[in-house]
Unconditional design. Sequence first.
Length: 257
Amino acid sequence: IRNLPMIFEERPFPGWATTRDNYWFNDDVINCIIPIILNHYKRTDILYVESWMYALVAAHQSENFVNFCDRYEAFNKDILMITLNTQIEGGSHWMLGIIIIKSREIILLDSLNNKYRNEQFTVLRRMIFMAAASALVKLDISTWRCIYAEDTVKQQNGYDCGLFVILYAYSVIRNEKFFSLPSRIGRRWINYIGSYFDHEPIRTHHARISAKTMIAIRDIIDEKGSELNSGIYVESSPVENELLTFAEELQNESNTC
């Protein structure tokens, strides 16, 4: 998946038309390619959350997300990887949210220089709260850190944010340093992955949680949900070394087991 052939035949995949030069990726591309990379490297410890889930939670329509978290045992994962957009309707700028459950960190990877992302952190904080509630865990959200990554590589144009989201995801999945690619080469790489690697899309229709469990989840949300209205302090700091160290610790734990 890493080696880009000089010549290959492009084959259609979701969002394929928007990967042409100077185009802005739509959500189909990102929601197709990142799961391919996850599946290829067998990172079952990472749960990918598609952009439409973020949009629902941002609009305070969280039932589908709660069902999703229950079905895929989100709170038992090491990392939640969430694609998000600054505009819920219409689309504007793509970013990647990384939630590390063990260290209680919500990290935002952004290819533009704008650390004032409180709106996005508010939604991401709500998402981890919902993931915990789906596991019947009462989360103390005040103990969580919100970190705007200041050491990500940045886009050099006005249309490559979607490409950089995929590059960030690749770095996290592969436990590598952040890197960039020239726009044309990056888009060819995305086309190659979409054309030649299979992926099993996340099902959008999930079995319903039992009524009894849903009542218990709602009780937790009612009891602890007011904490989500508290102010957010966003740190701006480097995250690359921390992500690499966390990945190394996970590997050591796996080897020990």
